[in-house]
Design a protein around this ligand. Structure first.
Ligand code: GLU
Length: 492
């Protein structure tokens, strides 16, 4: 079986099911879809496959929109923006499948099956016991409803099954993997007893009606593809090309799942403070080689320019968060400071550390402190701890226990001298603060810098580790810095 060679405008889709937090695989497939679509001047479609009522989650669709937009993986047609092939939500397309089913029934490619679930379970059990291949035994094939009703294990409401030919050729060509062969399938149910189409029918009809030229999806669908090809052929539809993306794996090689690994959830990356451009680069690298010179950092545009299905590595990539952390740190360091400050503010709003509309003074403090922390962060979320001292009032600053434990017996004397020095300092700049404190504490009291400055760091930031001390004091201001130092002194 080969794909049609007729030139058609390139149209690719991603078809997530809204079953909870969006899966990272949805972004991964969308990215590879988009790379090809943008290279070919084609169209990218978002279709929501929401016919599995039992697993449907109300807010999931919005989360799919939000996380894909956040990543810049934008679609040209979809349920929120419409398009020439609307509706793009499967639940709104239910009446469209019936004529196709009727045609399959009339041509004898499909048949009604009235077997009860109990009968099917017994049949399967018997097959397993006898170590025979499991599969529907075709009791209903060629029977009218009345003929079948006369036999045991009858259920009033039938399903519709595909009549898979015995000599069915299950080979097909995959853009990534070349020639593939899947096991001979069972007579696939295409309409359930509740009248809903199964995924297998709906995906074929929707892909056809939406003019999809390339079906890109996870490798778990390889065994279904011959059935889909058969449906296309029976219905006289142009065949799309197929590309099955390698499954993302946990470090133990198991398939990445939302139950076992938080990193399977797209919202998690946002909450953790990964940058969308870093995640996009990482998702590309999972199945695509670095540049010829070994460079692993590349933009979406570079990815598009170079994109070739034949270069996609079919071996399931391990989801390596250390690598992503490294990439994220790289992207954080390469951002312009104001842009990074804006991202930090956005992150702190998202995680509820800041109000949705923070006061301008708070934003200004973050902007001023951003250059101090830019080199020290891998994740935006790390800014929260590093900037906390700037975002609390002097009275609310908590000196952490491990910070207090750093104080030596001479901390009171150090603080007294530091406070007196800083009170009389003519200019409140990091350079002046540092020079004056070195003179007073290191030279004057003869204390090593490390010990001289620890009580100041603890007093001003409440932490053992902080951004550079003198710059932090400059940003915090003289009044707050002194208030905090006096308060630590009073607590000794
Ligand atoms: N709804 C399916 C999924 O979420 C789509 C598979 C396909 O793209 O055909 O995996």
């Amino acid at each position: 079986m080969t794909a049609s060679t007729a030139p058609r405008p390139v149209r690719l889709r991603v078809a997530p099911s809204p079953t909870g937090d969006p899966h990272v695989g949805t972004a991964y497939v969308s990215l590879f879809d988009l790379a090809f679509v943008r290279q070919q001047g084609g169209t990218f479609i978002l279709r929501i496959e929401d016919t599995d009522q039992a697993r449907f989650r109300e807010d999931s669709e919005q989360q799919i929109f939000d996380t894909l937009h956040w990543l810049g993986l934008n679609w040209d047609e979809g349920p929120d923006i419409g398009g020439p092939f609307a509706p793009y939500r499967q639940s709104e397309r239910l009446d469209r499948y019936t004529p196709y089913v009727d045609r399959l029934l009339e041509s004898g490619h499909a048949y009604h099956c009235w077997c009860s679930t109990e009968r099917l379970a017994e049949m399967r059990e018997a097959q397993q016991k006898a170590k025979r291949p499991t599969g529907y035994d075709r009791l209903c094939v060629g029977k009218t409803r009345d003929e079948r009703a006369a036999l045991p294990g009858f259920s009033e409401i039938p399903v519709v099954r595909m009549l898979i030919p015995a000599d069915f050729d299950t080979r097909f060509t995959d853009l990534i993997r070349g020639e593939l062969n899947a096991p001979h399938p069972d007579d696939q149910v295409i309409v359930k007893a509740d009248g809903f189409p199964t995924y297998h029918l709906a995906v074929v009809v929707d892909d056809f009606e939406m003019g999809i030229t390339h079906v890109v999806r996870g490798e778990e669908w390889i065994s279904s593809t011959p059935k889909h090809i058969l449906l296309h052929q029976w219905l006289g539809m142009d065949l799309p090309a197929y590309a099955h993306m390698p499954l993302l794996r946990n470090p133990d090689k198991s398939k990445i799942s939302k139950r076992k690994n938080p990193a399977a959830r797209l919202t998690w990356f946002r909450e953790q403070g990964y940058l969308p451009e870093a995640l996009v680069n990482f998702l590309a690298l999972l199945a695509y080689p670095p540049k010829e010179d070994g460079r692993e950092v590349f933009t979406f545009e570079e990815f598009v320019a170079d994109f070739d299905w034949a270069k996609v590595n079919p071996v399931g990539p391990i989801f390596d968060l250390d690598k992503l952390g490294w990439l994220n740190g790289h992207y954080i360091r390469s951002l312009d400071c104001d842009e990074l400050a804006a991202r930090i503010v956005g992150h702190l709003i998202l995680t509820g550390v800041l109000d949705p509309a923070p006061p301008p003074a708070q934003i200004e403090l973050i902007r001023a402190a951003t250059p101090l922390i830019q080199e020290r962060m891998q994740l935006l979320s790390e800014s929260e701890g590093m900037l906390a001292f700037l975002l609390v009032s002097d009275g609310d600053l908590v000196v952490e226990d491990d910070a207090r434990a750093q104080l030596k017996d001479d901390a009171d004397g150090v603080l007294d001298t530091a406070i007196a020095t800083l009170e009389g300092l003519p200019q409140w700049t990091a350079t002046d603060i540092e020079a004056a404190l070195r003179t007073a504490l290191v030279e004057g009291l003869g204390i090593k810098p490390k010990f001289a400055f620890t009580p100041l760091r603890v007093g001003v930031t409440g932490r053992r580790i902080s951004p550079p001390l003198f710059e932090s004091m400059e940003i915090l201001g003289r009044e707050s810095s002194l208030t905090r130092l006096r308060s630590l002194r009073a607590s000794l």
